[in-house]
Write a protein that binds this ligand. Structure first.
Ligand SMILES: CC(C)(COP(=O)(O)OP(=O)(O)OC[C@H]1O[C@@H](n2cnc3c(N)ncnc32)[C@H](O)[C@@H]1OP(=O)(O)O)[C@@H](O)C(=O)NCCC(=O)NCCS
Length: 132
């Protein structure tokens, strides 16, 4: 992979788009890509919240380019803000065609997670993690 294109960042998740991830027209389903983004953001949220968390909002979702079967898809995350109970994470997805070094950004969005307790109610994140 051409790491210059992605700023030399380490992806939170890297996966391959498979034929089973396509829509009826044979292109990669946008919902599959969103679930990969949610998984990547959820991983950061769980670590930051030191426990269970749930997606409460997705903002600014944009599909820049299509993803094709066989593409290597890398999910990059940046912690944007830690609130009292919520965590905002910017997620970008990049594709690399299976037999190429050329990478391009395919989607981005800001995911907000809320730390929840065993009853599913919002719980306060450790004060040390807050950047209010
Ligand atoms: C997560 C949940 C328990 C929170 O409920 P709640 O206590 O009523 O939520 P609140 O309105 O008090 O908001 C909690 C936090 O989320 C933030 N928030 C609420 N709505 C938001 C939105 N639309 N965008 C960004 N942040 C939002 C609030 O600002 C607050 O953050 P803070 O505590 O850091 O200041 C509840 O919304 C829920 O169960 N949602 C479903 C989650 C889920 O199932 N997700 C998977 C989808 S299939």
């Amino acid at each position: 992979m051409d790491d210059h294109a992605t700023g030399g960042r380490t992806p939170t998740i890297r996966t391959i788009a498979m034929p089973g991830d396509t829509n009826p027209a044979g292109d990669i389903f946008g919902g599959w890509l969103m679930s990969q983004m949610d998984l990547a953001a959820g991983s950061v949220a769980a670590l930051t919240a030191r426990g269970r968390s749930a997606t409460i909002a997705v903002e600014g979702m944009k599909f820049h380019r299509p993803v094709k079967v066989g593409d290597e898809v890398s999910l990059f995350t940046d912690l944007v803000r830690v609130g009292r109970t919520s965590i905002q994470i910017h997620v970008e997805a990049w594709r690399r065609p299976r037999e190429s070094d050329d990478c391009e950004k395919v989607t981005e969005a800001v995911f907000t997670f809320v730390a929840i307790d065993s009853n599913g109610a919002a719980r306060r994140i450790h004060p040390a993690a807050e950047q209010v």
